[in-house]
Design a binder for this molecule. Structure first.
Ligand code: AMP
Ligand code: ZN
Length: 115
């Protein structure tokens, strides 16, 4: 846990969130500034800064997140025809919160390539 990290605070319930999923290693909550009808942020409970600093010891939780994605998606009828999963990594990737997270977006169609 990192003291001044907002997502660590959400995991510890020091900052309120709209939780949609929680287990021993993963936490998911609604994005405060949704970019689609469904916009969920999925994070490892353990503080990891970004995908660029992961190591082999993070394999288990990152693999587990992939499994939770489909579990979370099933909670939302809007995602029955598909969804988009995004990780913004580093400055050029558009990452603003330095606690590794995935955006699960859906309920509308998306264009490719992204902006
Ligand atoms: P990124 O730009 O990929 O780092 O995404 C960070 C995301 O976290 C943005 O979509 C924000 O809207 C979202 N966010 C920031 N603070 C909160 C919060 N307190 N509760 C929920 N979502 C948040
Ligand atoms: Zn953190």
């Amino acid at each position: 846990m990192l003291k001044n990290c907002i997502f660590c605070k959400i995991v510890k319930n020091e900052l309120l969130s709209q939780k949609v999923y929680e287990d021993e290693s993963v936490f998911a909550f609604k994005d405060i500034n949704p970019q689609a009808p469904v916009h969920v942020i999925i994070i490892p409970k353990k503080h990891i800064t970004s995908l660029s600093v992961i190591s082999v010891e993070n394999e288990k939780v990152l693999g587990h997140i992939q499994v939770t994605v489909s579990r979370i998606a099933k909670q939302f009828s809007e995602l029955k025809n598909g969804f988009r999963l995004i990780n913004n990594c580093g400055v050029e990737g558009g990452q603003t919160v330095l606690h590794l997270h995935y955006h699960l977006l859906g309920g509308r169609s998306f264009r490719w390539p992204p902006g």
